[in-house]
Ligand binder design. Sequence first.
Ligand SMILES: *Cc1c(COP(=O)(O)O)cnc(C)c1O
Length: 228
Amino acid sequence: MNDLTQAHKIVLEQIKQACQIAQRDVQEVQLLAVSKTHPSEMLKAMYETGQRAFGENYLQEALDKIEQLQDLDIEWHFIGHVQRNKTKHLAEKFTWVHGVDRLIIAERLSSQRTAAQTPLNICLQVNIDAQDTKDGCQPTEVTELVTQISQLPHVRLRGLMVIPAPNNTQAFTDAKTLFERVKVQHAHPEDWDTLSMGMSSDMTEAIAAGSTMVRVGTALFGTRDYSK
Ligand SMILES: *Cc1c(COP(=O)(O)O)cnc(C)c1O
């Protein structure tokens, strides 16, 4: 067994155990393989272990990989910061965008998604633990944003995405509470099924709190080298 196969197996086992502890069905939690900084060959090797959903943070890097791996049946997720002037590429090339945090971004994605494509799946990113960052809307804005974004025609608003500070498990619980509370605002509540939270170091805690999608990089691919 090669290293990636081994790592993939270990992470799936960790998810399974976390689900057992939390008394949740393992089918409720999806693994998103976060492949930023890693070369296409590594994604291909991970794909061969059966992994289909991959998450990327940097647009140009992601577009290059999408091009190089176009023969594979990969579900591409954009999990980085969404810049207003880059929405067209996201709308055209990805299946999911997790970092939507303003109405204008959702509107642009919806209008730039081509009619031939299925609606773009999006998550609303929330700054759940009041971090000093410009990413993510405020928890108080979520009600209004869900009401508005869920009415757009070419996006499907699937849920919330959070990136709390390390070791802040309370933030996961807060995200779950918010997720449950705002469902009634959604124009199509049956679409509201995704809580994107938990990374390599805290996926067990995130699953305990109700995560439905863990975004795992390091535990699958090893440490990242940003120097290249
Ligand atoms: C890089 C990244 C991850 C993966 O982090 P690891 O600690 O390597 O598992 C998950 N989510 C987002 C938004 C990221 O940028």
